[in-house]
Design a protein around this ligand. Sequence first.
Ligand SMILES: Cc1cc2nc3c(=O)[nH]c(=O)nc-3n(C[C@H](O)[C@H](O)[C@H](O)COP(=O)(O)OP(=O)(O)OC[C@H]3O[C@@H](n4cnc5c(N)ncnc54)[C@H](O)[C@@H]3O)c2cc1C
Ligand code: SF4
Length: 648
Amino acid sequence: MELTPKQWRALEAICDTFAPGANGTPGATGMGVPGVLWDAVGRNPREAERKQVAQLLSLWDTRLVTALGGGGLTRFSDLSPARREEVLRAWCDSRIPQRRAAFQALRKGALLFYYMVPGENGRSPVWDRIGYPGPLGPNPDAPRKALEPLAVDRDTTLECDVCVVGSGAGGGTAAGVLAAAGLDVVVVEAGGYYDDEDFDGGEFEGYGRMYMYGGGAATHDQSVALLAGSCLGGGTTINYTTSFRTPDDVREEWASHGVPAFAGDEYARSLDAVCERLGVNQEHNAPSAREQALQRGLTGLGWHADFMPRNVRGCEQGKVCGYCNYGCRLGAKQSTVKTWLADAYAAGTRILVGTHAERVIVERGAAAGVEARTTAGHRVSVRARAVVSGCGAIHTPALLRRSGLENINIGKHLRLHPATVVWGVYDEEVRPWEGTMQAIYSDQHRYLDGGYGVKYETAAIHPSLLVVFSPWRSAAEHGRMMEALPHSVPIGVLLRDRDGGEVKVDRAGQPVVKYRLSDYDVHHVRRGVEGAAEIHEAAGAQRVFSSHSRDVSYTPGNGGRARFMQEADACGWDTGRCTYGSFHIMGSARMGGSPETSACNPRGETWEVRGLYVCDGSAFPSASGVNPMISIESIAHMNAAGIADSLR
Ligand SMILES: Cc1cc2nc3c(=O)[nH]c(=O)nc-3n(C[C@H](O)[C@H](O)[C@H](O)COP(=O)(O)OP(=O)(O)OC[C@H]3O[C@@H](n4cnc5c(N)ncnc54)[C@H](O)[C@@H]3O)c2cc1C
Ligand code: SF4
């Protein structure tokens, strides 16, 4: 879709109001942001959303829209910078949720690209301004890729025992287990194959190549950013390597959904096998300066703190390690590419990348294969005796619906572990983009009400995550906040959500995610935000601020925290009021004991189609309460062993 000159003018004016440039650095238009942003809109698979953005831009530079934003009867592009900022703030604070959602989408689009695009010579002047070193560049000593995906250059038909769709935590593990059982497996992965030699630590390239929708996915109303891997290895290629086993109380809860295996030896054996294959250990936890702040705060308060279990072998934990979420350049991360897919490949599994599964072929009530299409447009038909969906908890419901399944639970019971961030700004430089991704955590408030509450974790931070989890009230204030990046420490408040959302599927077969935090869950987030502020105080932060849409911040001392919490309450915890992100997407095609309450039976097979199994985060009966990779791999391991038995 081409933009009209009027739409361009609106887009440029919006981007330059968010980021006009300062101290000699160019503004958003000078950095090419409007063009990059519009390209990203073009990659949104939902046509309705692409049209909505174009429509907003058509109307934006009219007197009516400026008047709605309190800017009088002058067109937005003719207003002074200060008046434009007032208009944007009015959208941010609007009582109308759709306007707040539009503001958030524009804010994130304009500012993310402003701080991520590398610029003409590969080194953005904006990074120098905020003291960020930028990407590492490729590792010249990286080994060549170990796998060779099947090349498809024409319409193709393949035959196999099992077709596995998706190669992430669930799909990759299932492929490894099935291939080890002697079955002929074909893996169909929509994303590309990137490995040690490709990883350069660049945010722009990293999100663009390896994340779902280039990192720009969000719930329908923009209230929760959705982050997921979309490449060979899925989330396991870009994740933070935190490797918790499913807690015992959660296993009991899952068993009570009609899947007794979760509480028994069968699942325990799968947990053991997964942790063994991934080399999970607690010996790679050198705390970076950022993690030391968390540790100091927790120790000072006398709160629970422990070292993260991690799936790494020979992890360096040094300066390059904060770039782990754009791929490990050292080959230490035990992603499915390095483990289960490598095993499957060695056993003869064929792997297709850049190939999107459109539907499962269903014949006489049973799965008979998969229809797919490559990015170059070639049709691929995979005939199989069984099909595994490992597309992740957003795309598995869409694949099932596109394949004609009607069970009411498909898409329901979505859980997101919504995470928000409380920032501490410290006197000393912490360079939060460096060091072990996640070394320390706290379960101090994990059990606020029975099995529900929050975990405290921190993670390496590059400009993008500060942009997402922070307010924009004016260009000058935002610029100062970004310039404090080298001194900023995030404490993530990770909620185990009891009440969830839903993945709906539109007429074109695309997923649409609806999610709203219940009052019950908000209560826990609120305690978590206060807890994170307490940790920062105890660690010696000079300033603390939250991820609310307004400036909710304080300087520790003199009752500051009480006022901080009052301001947070006044701003609100709802859509567009407080920023949430989800790194853990679960539960949308859950296993259970009955088709009335679940989409899959206790073996992970859909209730409606024989031989069609779900092996990914969708299968969780409820939120895991811990980072979910090990649980997903263990479910895939257990279900795949059952599939292998049934096909022998
Ligand atoms: C930045 C980040 C950090 C994280 N850190 C941790 C961590 O430290 N510890 C932890 O436990 N968890 C972590 N997670 C979460 C964890 O990685 C995911 O929960 C997990 O990978 C999900 O597994 P999955 O099998 O459900 O889906 P994914 O791993 O997302 O895999 C799904 C795959 O299916 C492909 N696909 C989708 N649709 C189709 C289709 N139609 N046809 C073909 N292929 C398709 C996708 O491209 C993708 O590669 C993190 C996630 C993110 C985004
Ligand atoms: S922390 Fe460093 S060495 Fe370890 S897996 Fe991540 S990038 Fe690789």
